[in-house]
Design a protein around this ligand. Structure first.
Ligand code: UTP
Length: 292
């Protein structure tokens, strides 16, 4: 078997972000900033740190700010240069140098599985990462880097997974799985269910917004029928893949924030701000002094 590297990362970003209205009416939720950096940039940096060279962003209507964000801004650069704001100039320029970024559109939000299928030609016949940018993972070593290392050993599809307590499992895809004998972080997947009722959930292992998939997933997504909510579900595609290939869950090291949800976003903002050298100490002192 030829061992293949994960060189491409797909970012489905064509969803409607209804949980974050009204902010997401005219602005993509992927552009919501945690402190001062848009969610999608955290994701792209994580993919680059994992060794991905090409970023494929699936966009839709009203999403052009993402393209502008990763492009050069000549006017801004000229102003910063003139004012001798060199540190800011470097920040403004750095975004366009992160990686090769290409865009393709999903004309209608027909589901996450459909969004991933839009990347078929751009990905070609090789394994690839999928990152949902509103799941932000705070970890010493990037979550995707950890997963790429596991992929390099298994050469199988890998789904980022975490243990979820209680009825919250109903918000996630859920794994029916057994721990791998050799690597305690790996869970061999037997089956999976999208958003199960608490009492029907086969485990507490939820799938989060990080995946490494083999290219056969495209064949699966082309043959499955729309599932829950009339959408083409990525979970159903992966379930179909199980008939042909091994699929693993992966317990990553790190803390995930659901930044596509208002409360999750607030918590992530506070934690990220407190970690910053420039803002953390003053912000902490201010928080302590408040009588909330
Ligand atoms: P979500 O389930 O979070 O949906 O999609 P959403 O529409 O973005 O947000 P809410 O739930 O209405 O608030 C998971 C990921 O899949 C993408 C989204 O952009 C998000 O990154 N997605 C979803 C698409 O790209 N296309 C779709 O048709 C559906």
């Amino acid at each position: 078997m030829t061992r293949m590297k994960v060189r491409k990362a797909v970012f489905p970003a064509a969803g409607m972000g209804t949980r974050f209205l009204p902010a997401t009416k005219a602005m993509p939720k992927e552009m919501l900033p945690l402190v001062d950096k848009p969610l999608i940039q955290y994701g792209v940096e994580e993919a680059v740190a994992a060794g991905c060279e090409e970023i494929i962003i699936i966009t839709g209507r009203g999403k052009t700010t993402m393209e502008d964000h990763f492009d050069r801004s000549w006017e801004l650069e000229a102003v910063l240069e003139k004012r001798n704001k060199l540190a800011l100039l470097e920040i403004a320029r750095s975004m366009s140098k992160l990686a090769k970024i290409v865009y393709t559109r999903q004309a209608e939000a027909l589901g996450l599985g459909h969004a991933v299928l839009m990347a078929k030609e751009l990905v070609g016949d090789e394994p690839f990462a999928v990152i949902l940018a509103d799941d932000v993972v705070d970890s010493k070593q990037g979550c995707m880097k950890q997963m790429v290392e596991a992929y390099n050993d298994t050469q199988s599809s890998i789904l980022g997974s975490e243990v979820v307590e209680g009825p919250a499992i109903s918000n996630y895809g859920c794994l029916d799985c057994t721990p791998d004998a050799n690597d305690p972080r790996l869970l061999l997947v037997r089956d999976m269910v999208e958003k199960p009722k608490f009492e029907d959930a086969p485990s507490q292992n939820a799938i989060i917004g990080r995946y490494i998939l083999t290219p056969r997933i495209f064949e699966m997504l082309e043959t499955i029928k729309p599932g829950a909510g009339g959408e083409l579900q990525l979970t159903d595609g992966i379930k179909a893949l199980l008939q042909y290939e091994k699929v693993y869950g992966f317990s990553y090291e790190g803390k995930r924030h659901d930044a596509g949800d208002k409360l999750g976003f607030l918590k992530a903002t506070v934690e990220f701000a407190l970690q910053r050298d420039d803002l953390g100490p003053t912000f902490r002192a201010w928080l302590k002094a408040q009588n909330f």
